[in-house]
Design a protein around this ligand. Structure first.
Ligand code: ATP
Ligand code: MG
Ligand code: FE
Length: 334
């Protein structure tokens, strides 16, 4: 089974070929970060234009690197949603055209299912399992009792973790995306500034980061007004400590309550050194196997879409040429 997968939900134009759902044959990602930097965030219209420019090149490159002809393929998979509608449509239309031209079945994939299945490119998944997804647009805890079955047991009520990082970074005058800068700065500071932890109601696996973000901004403003100086590295370390403590603790409690075998990490914020170290420390010596993929598989890519598509393909999931991009696609309905 060879699946050609396409991903264009946000600011990465990506195509990959995946063999038997587990093996990366080729994996091509064209990032647009440089173009969005001067705007301080992803501009949807700019993203769509980039996808249009890059899509064909990236697709051809994925096939060339794999050394394959379209006739060698089993199916074409594409991210159906969630994401930016204009961005999704470029990938969906490319996939439809390719599938139609070469008489291949078309498999629609949920972007978050892709992030989860990135882990299957490293190791076999063992159920039941729990995934912590932390990215620019999502912060979710997803429980799976078997392949292709998703239960969202917790999610953010306001900002995503990556979004909070980026907004705090902007307050500290750092370039976009700010997450990696704060992470680096945090390593040099001490978490000495008192910032809130948003646990929400007892037993809740939901998250909230907007209060923390406001607390950081207020801390900076108050200090400026009083003519005091705060060490940016201490502020970064304090912010990171708050984010990591809540993410790690809620993930651990959920693993206990749901009695899972594995705990997986997914999404761009998985690059965070504090989060990786915090999870590793909390899960060390526990009965739960913690799996943290390499960064290249945590940020948006098409290899993960191909891995998820393999499961959907076996389930018999197909789309016809009426397939559309769905910005708010529901994970649990997959
Ligand atoms: P989604 O996958 O939800 O559609 P996205 O594509 O924006 O959103 P990713 O590309 O997975 O998300 O991740 C990007 C986010 O990860 C940005 O918000 C960025 O700041 C954050 N990030 C990257 N590296 C780090 C880090 N070391 N520490 C904290 N955040 C980080
Ligand atoms: Mg991205
Ligand atoms: Fe993503």
């Amino acid at each position: 089974e060879l699946i050609l997968a396409i991903e264009t939900s946000c600011d990465e134009t990506a195509a990959a070929v995946i063999k038997n759902g587990r093996e990366i044959v080729s994996n091509v990602v064209s990032s647009q970060i440089e173009s969005h930097k001067r705007f301080g965030g992803v501009v949807p219209e700019v993203a769509s234009r980039h996808h249009v420019e890059q899509m064909t090149l990236v697709l051809e490159e994925a096939l060339a690197q794999a050394g394959l002809e379209p006739s060698d393929l089993t199916a074409v998979a594409v991210t159906e949603g969630p994401g930016l509608v204009g961005a999704l449509l470029i990938g969906v239309n490319a996939a439809k055209a390719f599938a139609f031209a070469h008489g291949l079945p078309l498999v629609p994939v949920h972007h978050i299912a892709g992030h989860i299945y990135a882990n299957r490119l490293l190791t076999e998944m063992e159920f039941p399992l729990l995934t912590l997804i932390v990215s620019g647009g999502h912060t979710e805890l997803v429980y799976m009792k078997e392949h292709g079955s998703y239960e969202v047991i917790g999610e953010t009520r306001d900002d995503a973790a990556g979004e909070a990082y980026d907004k705090v970074a902007r307050t500290l005058n750092m370039p976009y995306p700010g997450g990696p800068h704060i992470d680096r700065l945090a390593q040099e500071g001490e978490p000495v500034i008192d910032l809130p932890r948003s646990w929400l109601e007892p037993g809740s696996y939901d998250f909230s980061f907007s209060g923390l973000k406001s607390a950081v901004i207020n801390t900076v403003h108050n200090a400026t007004q009083r003519g005091e100086t705060i060490k940016p590295e201490d502020l970064a370390a304090s912010f990171q400590a708050s984010v990591v403590e809540v993410l790690v603790e809620k993930t651990f409690r959920a693993a206990q309550e749901y009695g899972v075998k594995q705990v997986l990490l997914a999404g761009g914020v998985a690059a965070n050194k504090g989060l990786r170290a915090g999870l590793e420390a909390r899960f060390a010596g526990s009965q739960y196997e913690l799996i943290i993929p390499p960064l290249s598989l945590c940020t948006d890519n098409a290899a993960m879409i191909g891995a998820a598509a393999s499961i959907e393909y076996k389930k018999g999931k197909r789309a016809d040429l009426a397939l559309n991009g769905v910005p708010g696609l529901d994970l649990e309905a997959q």
